[in-house]
Ligand binder design. Structure first.
Ligand SMILES: CC(C)(COP(=O)(O)OP(=O)(O)OC[C@H]1O[C@@H](n2cnc3c(N)ncnc32)[C@H](O)[C@@H]1OP(=O)(O)O)[C@@H](O)C(=O)NCCC(=O)NCCSC(=O)CC(=O)O
Length: 449
């Protein structure tokens, strides 16, 4: 596939002029994610011949995206800035200067849109080319970088690269949905966002003991904000997007109940737990290897509804913390009862979230991390089955697909709702081709039998 960059627009937030930089402190939840980025790409099919033409793209779509981006940045001002760590400060902060802009890279691709936006096995490298990277050497990285790619006469994609130090997946999606809302409403003046999108910028709402910040900074080690590059993604790495229908999830639930020696009431059988356990056991069986090798399961839990006082759903920042199931060996998940064991372990962990406070959970994470053996196989999840990204319509219909790009570099699984929102879940992963074939057959066979 050939991808040509046509232009790079620098978009200023539409806001009353200000002369002093806006300084926003990072919180405990932000400090965990200092050197990470969130990368997503969303695909839109342009159905009629006029709206998918080059002319329409450059004369209508791009101006609309630029105007609405400026307006939405006025609501989400911290996203226009960069992250800085002043030598005299114990922790980094976000700084938005009066002339800060967000870059919007406009490109064109000759790829087959049906293939690249589809869910079948495809080259991970091609999906990655649809998002920007933050410059590797930058010690004061930007918060946001965007890319729009036209597939002439077929469709377009919008790629988002967000600095995880500033926002979690939910904030990224709220920002994206707000951008779509403003773009679709075709207003040029400042417009109000509906309450379920209105960003809440007040960070003093995050109520956690102040001593926890120091623990997170200690874990970060070196005092740097440089975001490591993804590196070249090999030609042998492929991406697949799979679906578990509502019926598949029900079947997995019945299987877990039948295979567990515990009482049903003792199991936590959410869609998230069942889907994660299923993907994880398929992956471990694909990999095979020594049963004694160390493995660990991680996921991010959202604390917006778990803190006192609760944090608003549209809070701008991170309110997620990593939760780990540490100290396991592959053999626990490799046998016939591997799936039910994974369900029990993950379910107990999710149940624990309502029993333990953030202080204890932070301690468990820090202690667990210290004991991780080198070479441990890691399972983790990007995204969530509650983000509702498929609802983001800029005026040319709902997306045909949404992907978490970042899963190509750390063997994470992605998770989101299904496009038709009929229950179940969409999941994704990236593997080498020969492993992918084994994984897919294990995944499909396990749902039939
Ligand atoms: C910890 C969890 C993953 C556990 O999820 P679970 O679904 O297992 O458990 P839960 O207690 O939340 O929900 C259990 C059941 O309650 C009901 N339920 C609860 N909350 C609901 C809601 N808001 N909407 C609809 N249903 C809900 C459902 O019936 C669900 O079952 P059922 O499912 O069967 O209907 C989740 O609570 C959570 O915090 N999710 C958000 C994670 C997140 O934001 N990740 C993004 C990380 S940052 C990122 O993504 C960036 C990146 O990596 O790139």
């Amino acid at each position: 596939m050939v991808l040509n960059v046509i232009k790079i627009s620098h978009i200023s937030p539409s806001t009353d002029s200000f002369s002093d930089p806006l300084v926003v402190p990072l919180t405990f939840f932000d400090l965990k994610w200092l050197k990470d980025s969130v990368q997503q790409v969303v695909f839109y099919k342009l159905t009629d011949s006029s709206s998918s033409s080059r002319d329409f793209f450059y004369s209508v779509i791009i101006p609309k995206l630029e105007t609405s981006l400026s307006l939405v940045l006025g609501h989400f001002l911290p996203l226009a800035g960069h992250v800085t760590w002043n030598p005299q400060d114990p922790k980094p902060c976000i700084v938005v200067s009066p002339h800060d802009t967000v870059s919007l890279t406009i490109s064109e691709s000759n790829a087959d849109f049906t293939n690249i936006s589809g869910k079948g096995i495809r080259l991970a490298k091609e999906t990655r080319s649809l998002v920007q990277e933050f410059p590797a050497s930058c010690d004061s990285p930007r918060v946001l970088s965007l890319q729009v790619t036209l597939f002439p006469n077929q469709g377009l994609s919008i790629g988002i690269t967000a600095n995880h130090a500033v926002m979690d997946g939910k904030t990224v999606v709220n920002f994206y949905k707000s951008w779509a809302y403003i773009c679709k409403s075709q207003t040029h003046g400042n417009i109000l966002l509906p309450d379920d999108l209105t960003p809440r910028l007040d960070r003093t709402i995050i109520n956690v003991p102040s001593c926890l910040e120091a623990k997170m900074l200690e874990l970060q080690g070196e005092r740097t904000l440089k975001i490591p590059q993804a590196g070249e993604i090999g030609h042998d790495i492929f991406r697949i997007t799979l679906e578990l229908t509502r019926e598949n999830v029900e079947k997995l639930k019945v299987r877990a109940k039948n295979e567990s020696t515990r009482a049903c009431a003792d199991l936590y059988l959410s869609t998230f737990v069942l889907a994660y356990a299923y993907m994880w056991t398929c992956l471990l069986k694909t990999r095979g290897g020594h049963g004694e090798r160390p493995v660990r399961l991680m996921y991010a839990a959202d604390f917006r509804n778990r803190l006192d006082p609760p944090v608003h759903e549209t809070y701008v920042g991170n309110c997620v913390f990593p939760i780990g199931c540490f100290g396991h060996e592959a053999k626990t998940f490799l046998g016939e009862d591997g799936f039910v064991k994974a369900v029990e372990i993950l379910g107990d962990s999710v149940k624990g979230l309502s029993l333990l406070g953030i202080e204890e959970l932070c301690e468990l994470y820090v202690e667990g991390k210290k004991r991780v053996k080198p070479g441990t196989q890691l399972g983790t999840i990007a995204g969530s089955n509650r983000f509702g990204l498929y609802g983001s319509d800029f005026g040319w219909g709902n997306p045909v697909n949404t992907e978490f790009v970042s899963i190509d570099r750390n063997e994470a699984f992605s998770m989101s709702e299904r496009r038709d929102r009929s229950g179940g879940v969409q999941v994704g992963l990236c593997l080498k081709k020969h492993e992918m074939d084994i994984f897919v057959s294990l995944f499909n066979d396990g749902l039939v039998n």
